[in-house]
Ligand binder design. Structure first.
Ligand SMILES: NC(=O)c1ccc[n+]([C@@H]2O[C@H](COP(=O)([O-])OP(=O)(O)OC[C@H]3O[C@@H](n4cnc5c(N)ncnc54)[C@H](OP(=O)(O)O)[C@@H]3O)[C@@H](O)[C@H]2O)c1
Length: 384
């Protein structure tokens, strides 16, 4: 393998002296297309012009290696067809979980199984914020810390609201479950709103809180969501710390397989890119198994915990129980830690498995009540 060109904007200020003198530095992507390079590595990110450049490279018969999850989640199927048409390959191992070989693992190591479910921590920024909160930090402090360390953008919405993880989940569902989903079909919930008190109650339930991306094929139906969940400490997903990523893959025959490691950062991501290049140099590509357009729902049947902060007065529990019962939701337990003021009293109600929409309707009953001091927060509980 020989590096022939580096294409970037403003290359003059980006030149480094450790790249061989034979390498041409250019601002002009046309120079790459005209060259005899047979692989293009796209690492500029975003949809435009990255999408155009990837298409033009494939049309010119050049294989493409990319880490661009946004582009692959949106146009991956079309781009793979384009690659096949021009006898080129498209590899994107870095697009999900950076240096953790989840995509090659699914494409090669687990292709013989029938995958039925994926549960993962796919966004290192959220995992960093939530594991800092688990250690006692307030939400705002954890976010500021993530920003200071370069883990979170000034506008962290893409990460904390779940859009980054959702793009990765779409890619994994396509490869593992052969399901062709659109990112916007997957319900996303933000981790904003989670407070230090939620970790205190999570501990009572022998759980922690993580942003979980999950997709499951059950009775021919596909369910997928991204959002914060209570994760039992017995689950490997509870053990991931800091910016780590973790993906649990459930197969019909092989059972559960866990991938974990550094999901981002220059070096781990470079490992994924170079591994794809070496795989190409071996002539290797995976078999392009077709994926079919699939309708997705977000209605997992799960236990939930509901955190309420109230101005304490008689009859509150009766009202809550009544609203839940009206929607056929059974209370499992009520937890109230001592040491809080009556005027601002937090407690948690856990409920037996129910759908999200039933719970939402029940919670709407007491959304405007005078005794409610803060909006309630409900968290689904991941089955161990
Ligand atoms: N960073 C990670 O840990 C990680 C992990 C997995 C996947 N990825 C994926 O890898 C890709 C790159 O991420 P990154 O973090 O390396 O981004 P980055 O630090 O912003 O680097 C992008 C580079 O591309 C250049 N660039 C952007 N738009 C360009 C354009 N229109 N023309 C020419 N050059 C352009 C940028 O130049 P300027 O500096 O002038 O803007 C910069 O040098 C993204 O798709 C990302 O999702 C990243």
């Amino acid at each position: 393998m020989e590096l022939t060109h580096v294409c970037n904007r403003g290359v003059e200020r980006k030149r480094v002296d450790w790249v061989p003198a034979s390498v041409q530095w250019t601002n002009d992507f046309e120079a790459i297309l005209r060259s005899d390079a047979n692989v293009v590595v796209e690492l500029i990110g975003g949809l435009d012009p990255a999408g155009l450049w990837v298409r033009r490279a494939l049309e010119a018969g050049k294989s493409v290696v990319t880490g661009n999850k946004k582009l692959i989640a949106q146009d991956g199927i079309e781009l793979e067809q384009l690659a096949r048409k021009h006898k080129a390959h498209l590899l994107y191992g870095a697009a999900v979980a950076g240096g953790v070989p989840v995509i090659p693992g699914l494409r090669h190591g687990l292709v013989g199984d029938q995958i039925t479910r994926i549960e993962g921590i796919l966004n290192g920024t959220c995992n960093y914020i939530l594991s800092r909160m688990e250690d006692g930090a307030q939400a705002a402090e954890a976010l500021q810390d993530a920003q200071a360390r370069g883990y979170a953008e000034a506008n962290p919405s893409e990460d904390v609201d779940g859009f980054d993880a959702r793009a990765k989940l779409v890619i994994l569902a396509r490869i593992a479950l052969r399901a062709d989903l659109r990112p916007e079909e997957i319900a996303c919930r933000s981790i904003t709103g989670i407070a230090a008190i939620d970790f205190e109650y999570a501990r009572e339930l022998n759980c922690t809180i993580r942003q979980i991306s999950r997709v499951e094929l059950r009775d021919g139906k596909l369910f997928a969501t991204v959002g914060p969940m209570l994760v039992p400490r017995t689950s490997p997903l509870a053990w991931s710390r800091g910016t780590e990523n973790m993906v649990l893959v459930g197969g019909k025959y092989g059972g559960d397989v866990v991938f974990s490691g550094h999901g981002a950062g220059g070096h781990p991501t470079a490992v994924a890119v170079v591994s794809d290049l070496i795989s190409l140099a071996h002539g290797g590509s995976s078999i392009g198994l077709p994926s079919t357009p699939t309708q997705v729902g977000g209605e997992f049947l799960l236990r939930h915990s509901i955190r309420l902060v109230v101005h304490d007065c008689p009859g509150i529990i009766a009202e809550i129980a009544g609203a839940l019962a009206e929607h056929q939701i059974n209370i499992h337990a009520i937890f109230q830690r001592p040491g809080y003021q009556q005027e601002h009293l937090p407690f948690v109600v856990t409920v037996e498995p129910c759908t999200n929409s039933a719970l939402r309707h029940a919670l709407a009953h007491f959304a405007g009540k005078a005794w409610l001091a803060e909006p309630s927060l409900d968290l689904p509980i991941l089955e161990p």
